[in-house]
Design a protein around this ligand. Structure first.
Ligand code: 5GP
Length: 173
C-alpha cells in the first residue's frame, strides 16, 4: 500500500492512558460488575488492554459495525454486522470504540443499546476526533483527543491493514 505513516501516539503513551482509564472505571463503579461492549473490528486491541486494566468482575461482549468501506472518509451509513450474544438488562455497560469522528456510529449504538435496559450506559473511546462531529455524543472516557487526520494502528485500519501497529500513526496518502 502506498503512503507514509508517522507516529502520533506511542505504545508507551497508550499503555499508560489505558491503565488510567481502567482504574477510573473501576473507581466509578465500585465493586459492581462491568460489561465492556467492544465495537469491532477497530476496538479489539483497545478492549483487550482495557479489560486487563479493570480489576474485579468484568464481562466482554462484541458488536460489529461497518461504517467505513475501505476508504478514508465516512459514508455516514451504519450497518450492524454482529449483534450481542447476551442481554445487557440491568448491567453496567461501557461501549468501547476505537475512534469517534462524526459521532454517527456511537449515536446509533447508544440508542440501540439504551432500549435494552442497561442499568448504566457509558462510552469509552481510545480516540476522539471532535472537529468532524455531526451529532452531539457524550463521551465518558476518552483516551486521547486528536486533530482531524486519518489515523491507523492499534486496531485501526486502512483497507484492513495497519491494525497490527502497536502505536497510533497518521496516514498520509
Ligand atoms: P463516526 O461514525 O464517528 O464518523 O466514525 C466512527 C468509525 O469510523 C470508527 O469506529 C472507525 O471505524 C472509523 N474512523 C473514523 N475516523 C477514522 C480514522 O482516522 N482512521 C480509521 N482507521 N478509522 C476511522
Amino acid at each position: 500500500m502506498t503512503g507514509s505513516i508517522r507516529t502520533l501516539i506511542s505504545q508507551e503513551q497508550i499503555q499508560a492512558r489505558v491503565a488510567e482509564l481502567g482504574a477510573q472505571i473501576r473507581a466509578e463503579f465500585g465493586e459492581e460488575p462491568v460489561t465492556l461492549v467492544a465495537v469491532l473490528k477497530g476496538s479489539f486491541l483497545f478492549v483487550a488492554d482495557l479489560v486487563r486494566a479493570i480489576p474485579g468482575e468484568v464481562r466482554v461482549e462484541f458488536l460489529g459495525v461497518a461504517s467505513y468501506h475501505g476508504g478514508t472518509s465516512s459514508t455516514g451509513v451504519v450497518q450492524l454486522t454482529l449483534d450481542l450474544r447476551h442481554g445487557i438488562e440491568d448491567q453496567n455497560v461501557i461501549l468501547v470504540e476505537d475512534i469517534v469522528d462524526t459521532g454517527l456510529t456511537i449515536d446509533y449504538l447508544v440508542r440501540m443499546l439504551k432500549v435494552r435496559g442497561p442499568r448504566a450506559l457509558r462510552v469509552a473511546t481510545l480516540l476522539d476526533k471532535p472537529d468532524n462531529r455531526e451529532v452531539e455524543v457524550e463521551l465518558d472516557y476518552v483516551g486521547f483527543t486528536i486533530p482531524d487526520e486519518f489515523v491507523v494502528g492499534y486496531g485501526l485500519d486502512l483497507g484492513e491493514l495497519y491494525r497490527n501497529l502497536p502505536y497510533v500513526a497518521v496516514y498520509a496518502p
